[in-house]
Design a protein around this ligand. Structure first.
Ligand SMILES: [Zn+2]
Ligand SMILES: [Zn+2]
Length: 127
């Protein structure tokens, strides 16, 4: 549906930070191959199937971290505009990061993550 041909001449999508944007990576958790070109985000950094990520960035997309630990999705952050973001925690160094969800992220995985706190209250609900 998009008529990209008209504005395509000479405009190369490029930013200095996007050097590796077209590569793919193997998920640290479920081992699937993940294309880093994703719907709704410039640089995919988490697996659309299990939502795990890898600690490679200091700030988003820069690939400057030498940690390379597995990052577990621990929560859903609902921003003020109702946009969802994932909160990842590095299992190696404990760093917390937020990442926008992508259009092809697994809805069931997102919902079960969002429901986890509700499903496991640390106090009785029948008081
Ligand atoms: Zn995965
Ligand atoms: Zn780390």
């Amino acid at each position: 549906m998009s008529r990209s041909r008209h504005s395509y001449n000479g405009r190369i999508r490029h930013s200095s930070k996007e050097r590796g944007a077209s590569d793919s990576f193997r998920c640290v958790n479920c081992k699937r191959m993940v294309s880093s070109a994703a719907a709704g985000t410039g640089h995919r950094n988490h697996c659309p199937t299990c939502l795990w990520s890898k600690h490679v960035d200091v700030s988003s997309g820069d690939r400057n971290s030498s940690c390379h630990g597995k990052m577990e999705p621990i929560s859903v952050w609902v921003k003020s505009n109702a946009e969802w973001a994932l909160v990842h925690r590095c299992t190696a160094c404990g760093t917390l990061k937020s990442n926008r969800i992508a259009g092809d992220d697994n809805e069931f995985a997102l919902m079960s993550l969002a429901a986890r706190a509700i499903a496991m209250p640390p106090f009785p609900l029948d008081a």
